[in-house]
Design a protein around this ligand. Sequence first.
Ligand code: SF4
Length: 441
Amino acid sequence: MSKKLLLKDAHIEGIRYFETYRKQGGYGAAEKALKMTPDEILEEVKASGLRGRGGAGFPTGMKWSFLAKPEGVPRHLVVNADESEPGTFKDRYLMEFLPHLLIEGMLISSYCLGSNVSYIYIRGEYSWIPDILEEAIEEAKAAGFLGKNILGSGFDCEIYVQRGGGAYICGEETALLESLEGKRGNPRLKPPFPAVKGLWERPTVVNNVESIAAVVPIIDITGAEYAKIGVGKSTGTKLISACGNINKPGVYEIDMTITVEEFIYSDEYCGGIKDGKRLKACIPGGSSVPIVPANLLLKTVNGEPRYMNYESLADGGFATGTMMGSGGFIVLDEDQCIVEHTMTLARFYNHESCGQCTPCREGTGWMYKILKKIENGQGKMEDIDLLWDIQRKIEGNTICPLGDAAAWPVAAAIRHFRDEFEWHIKNPELCLTQNYGLANY
Ligand code: SF4
């Protein structure tokens, strides 16, 4: 059984409220942290090996150490709660059921970074959660854990919740900052990076909800102890939101030493494939990461088991080319149509493209149109190569990672399931009434 650090108290009734959270030892890490120096906290976070839980997996301590500290210029912590990646809903769970864990993590992080005014930017569709967060902020303030001179430390901190307008692109950190400033959420060209010029051109750290919540157990048990959980550079625990054709969709906390097979088939987690069907493929880290067919998902190219961690999921380079990403684990059974699935994703990225750069604005539209053609039995063999060519022209040629995120699922689908694309083209009448899975398994 995986060790629980973030969700250990999630089952306790009333844990959403300050009184219950406090009774379970909540805000103990904040009390400890406020007696430490900001540099000592930074060293603990670095020692923990915590990697950003939003998708990129960049070391959090290193990110914090890049924060510029010009004299007299305010600094900010911004929590990225714009969780819009299809298949990902673990931050929603944290904010809805354990809001004080996030507030406590923000207090510790704000103190470390020198942010007296910190923000939570939350996706507009999570319409019921800002009230939960604001209630938790008020409770923490009433108990002296926010506001002026917190616990007599001399440190002041206010937290504000800002609702997004429902644009996926605002999960990109610079688009988020633009939106937080009241502008259209267009990603900025980097450099300068937010650590130097972020919110209102002030040094800013933008971190995912889960990353900031993880700071609480890190301070609690020390960075060194946190680093002992997990394996290699995949330290600590990771929240996974599992969905698709499985028996037990939900949010799970894993310690990154379990295998993918165990995660899918064990009753502790996904509980196997629905209706006893066979596993066809999986997208292990949210819709932006490449899809992986079952044979590569359960075993590496060397025949070793594949593990639920950053290194193992990416292992094999060309073979999987996938990532842990945001931890949105989407399972597809044998009846799922890869062409239709890829088309749905292409439509999503085309709709969510901000339109600033030509390869993304035009390319996502072209990919969607071609995939729709193939899915509707009107495709030609050369369309597959055209699709491949378009995704190649998007990848690496755009301002922000949405372009790559749109290209990778198409590339992986063609790389691993080209026969299924060809089947659609060769069987136009069949693909309108059934799918490749039913016809070929
Ligand atoms: Fe906008 Fe797409 Fe360019 Fe990102 S890659 S800036 S979403 S057009």
